[in-house]
Ligand binder design. Structure first.
Ligand code: PLP
Length: 463
């Protein structure tokens, strides 16, 4: 299995190299050269299997000869053994034809654990085999950083540095990053906002001397291995509801487009997914884009669903690559235009191809709060603000002949203030992490200055 860049000008790589590299050298994102397909009968044979078995079978053809079936199965079983639910991604019914896939039973209570826990295991195997070590640097608005720290803590051949905007993540998110005691993890509170953190990380990757000296590796959501791990719960949810003998729709609370692109990949594997609905909060660039054909960035507005507060949706580039008939030059041109003028217009043909698969909608802050309240009153379920955005948009797209699955992307206890304001109930943390608020914190404060941040990392990485 080979991986090619969405901008068509980087070397093709195997799965392992694509995973360790993250971003392609031409600035593009790696995608499989051919998406492997399963027949209806092959999908039927997965019905009723444990999540781990479905995961191994679905991912194996993408992994090629980078890992054997035994190695992959071992990584998968270690990745999900600390999840708080035997089903890993259980379904709950919300209403007629509407289901929630609960993706928040991992160690940091958001869906990002599905991918991050697995790539922690895969990195470890690949680095041990090569006798190499890496320094992982990442920026987070909350959930990615805690998931990465939890996945890589304690590993011998990895140091992890996570930059988060000081004072702008929830207390639970911050504590998940600052309370692990392992010497290889470092939470850096940057005096700036999320964009500053992200710019610093990009700056480090573009500083080739620093990048090579520290063996930098990225695990943000553009890493193909993360997308792949997320394909699995689309398959397991759809099978539970009657696929491949029935069409299933999904609604996905969307920011960087990684999660919903995993859904598109499952669809291209031949799974009977009908529509994929993009749900955005008031940062609705993707909804505007699908509606008008114009992808144009504006200022990021803070919201009560902060993990979706984003203007440049990185993984959308993968969907554009498909919609433009896998023409890397066309994609590179759009991305140049985005950089120089803050936006671009999608060609009519590509827009039509996107609209065959995707629908979209957005939820305002008031609509999000009202949805949290109403879902609680009607069903007794307490949902996080991101999930509520999804539910509101899903309800506008439910069809009588296809079950709708909305992805519940985080546990409500991760965003207790917003949930309490809407329902009057403060959702408690699961028992297995109830002492989070009492554990001592360890955090390094740093100015929003690339030189200082690099110096800090040089000093603290173990190499
Ligand atoms: C990351 C995140 C999202 C957005 O997912 P993307 O893959 O970036 O589209 C939605 N909800 C929660 C809770 C998240 O942590």
């Amino acid at each position: 299995m080979r991986y090619v860049s969405t901008r068509g000008a980087a070397p093709t790589l195997n799965f392992e190299d694509a995973m360790l590299t993250g971003l392609a050298r031409d600035g593009g994102l790696y995608v499989p050269e051919h998406v492997p397909t399963f027949s209806a009968e092959e999908f039927r044979q997965l019905r009723g299997l444990p999540y781990e078995d479905i995961a191994t079978r679905v991912m194996l053809p993408f992994v090629g000869d980078s890992f054997s079936e035994e190695e992959l199965a071992g990584a998968v079983s270690r990745a999900y053994r600390h999840f708080g639910h035997a089903a890993r991604a259980p379904l709950v019914q919300l209403g007629p034809n509407h289901f929630l896939a609960e993706l928040f039973h991992g160690p940091t209570l958001a869906f990002k654990d599905f991918a991050m826990q697995l790539i922690g295991q895969l990195f470890q195997m690949a680095l041990a085999r090569r006798g190499e070590r890496v320094t992982i640097v990442g920026a987070t608005s909350g959930d990615t950083g805690s998931a990465a720290i939890e996945a890589f803590r304690g590993l011998d051949n990895v140091d992890v540095f996570i930059l988060f905007p000081k004072g702008r993540v929830s207390e639970v998110q911050r504590r998940q990053m600052t309370t692990p005691t392992d010497p290889n993890v470092h939470a850096l509170a940057v005096a700036g906002d999320f964009d500053d953190c992200q710019a610093a990380v990009k700056g480090m990757f573009n500083d080739f001397a620093f990048r090579d000296e520290m063996h930098l590796a990225g695990v943000n959501s553009i890493n193909w291995a993360r997308v792949l791990a997320q394909v699995v719960y689309y398959v397991s949810s759809a099978l539970s509801l009657g696929a491949p003998d029935r069409s299933i729709d999904f609604t996905v609370p969307t920011g960087n487009f990684g999660d919903i692109y995993a859904g598109q990949t499952a669809r291209r594997m031949g799974l009977s997914i009908g529509r994929l609905v993009i749900a955005t909060n008031r940062n609705d660039i993707l909804h505007r884009c699908l509606t008008t054909g114009e992808y144009r960035t504006t200022a990021v507005l803070p919201s009560i669903s902060p993990s979706m507060d984003i203007q440049v949706s990185s993984n959308f580039e993968r969907a554009l690559f498909d919609a433009y008939g896998r023409d890397g030059r066309a994609v590179a041109q759009l991305m140049d235009e985005l950089r120089s003028s803050g936006g671009f217009r999608i060609s009519q043909g590509a827009l039509e191809r996107l609209r065959e698969i995707f629908r979209s909608g957005s939820a305002s802050e008031d609509e999000t709060r009202a949805t949290i309240r109403r879902v609680y009153e009607e069903t007794g379920e307490i949902v996080c603000p991101h999930t509520a955005v999804g539910i509101k948009v899903a309800e506008e797209h439910i069809r009588p002949d296809a079950p709708m699955v909305t992805l519940a992307t985080a546990h409500p206890a991760k965003f207790p203030d917003a949930v309490e304001a809407a329902t009057g109930i403060r959702p408690p943390l699961p028992a297995r992490m109830a002492d989070l608020l009492d554990r001592p914190e360890r955090v390094v404060e740093v100015e929003n200055d690339l030189g200082r941040i690099e110096a800090l990392i040089r000093e603290r990485a173990r190499r």
